[in-house]
Design a protein around this ligand. Sequence first.
Ligand code: GDP
Ligand code: MG
Length: 342
Amino acid sequence: MEKKWRCPEETLRKVPTYGEIREYVLKVGIESISLSKSVSRKALVRYATRIDRVFSYLTRNVIGPLKGFKGILQIGFYKDIASNALPEGYSIDDVVGKLLGKLRKVSVLSREYKARVSASFDSAEAKEIYREYIGRVLSIVRKLSKDIELVNRAIAELRRTPCIDPSLPVIAVAGLPQVGKSTLVSVISSAKPKSSPFPFTTKEIVMGHIDYGFSRFQILDLPGILDRPPERMNEIERKAFIAITNLANLILYLIDPSEDFYYGLESQLNLLRYFKENVKVDIIVVVNKIDKVSPERLEKVVTAASEVVPGTEIIKVSALGRIGLEELLRTLAKHIGRSSEL
Ligand SMILES: Nc1nc2c(ncn2[C@@H]2O[C@H](COP(=O)(O)OP(=O)(O)O)[C@@H](O)[C@H]2O)c(=O)[nH]1
Ligand SMILES: [Mg+2]
């Protein structure tokens, strides 16, 4: 059972670095603290107040964001995206677990040192104890610098990741680089991803909406995927895979039929075969750029694709020339199973 859906951009905040925490803590040490006349043993109370300030800063700015992040990690898609942003060999759960564990230790220290300050003999002793407290807290945080950096890397990645509404169907647009995925998404949905004549222009997952009849879908423009085994994919290709395997209700597999297509037809058919055999999601094949090829070439490509995925629907379009888009949308709606009332 997945936890309540949350949007990373609204929920996640960056954690301050060791340098930023240190700067705040040192400032607390010199700021003035005014107390009412009736307070006795003022110097001791001031140091106890400083301990409170340091700890509440850490609660608000470090422990709070980490707990929000941990909540987001309950959702499989976001967890995979976060893990993908870390270098090989790190587990995001371990990093967050370690940080929260060490911060619990800071919480215990804060209570302990506050009691010691309050019970100290005079202001010189209170100051000494306070200094020791700051030293220990900063030493713990310093040793966590690398973990904070890793968490911030994952948080930054998630903040670039769209908020997906789990109650609406998701269509994932997949294919090799340069087949026209971004162009198609920009002409049939609310999203306006950048398209270009250069491969790997799309580095992030982009989400748009399609309203068709009474139906509303989410459509994902994804980075291109090369025809190679998943273990050899780079971080950007893996993002596309993570979106497809976690979110997609339907894959639109785009093919560029041009004879001069840089990656060739064979590799496009190989990747299509890979999806069919390994990903349990329905596929619609979209042969794009029909404005560029002869009818004979087009038929050849359609036949070749239908041999790879027999019985699968194959739609011919030109995203750039706005040809065949109405039929594509109709087929999408039918497939998602919402078109019965149209
Ligand atoms: N002739 C033609 N070119 C297209 C069509 N769709 C996209 N392109 C071009 O193909 C190139 C790659 O498009 P893009 O959408 O960035 O592909 P992506 O890498 O799959 O997202 C761009 O130069 C587009 O203008 C089409 O229907 N016909
Ligand atoms: Mg693109």
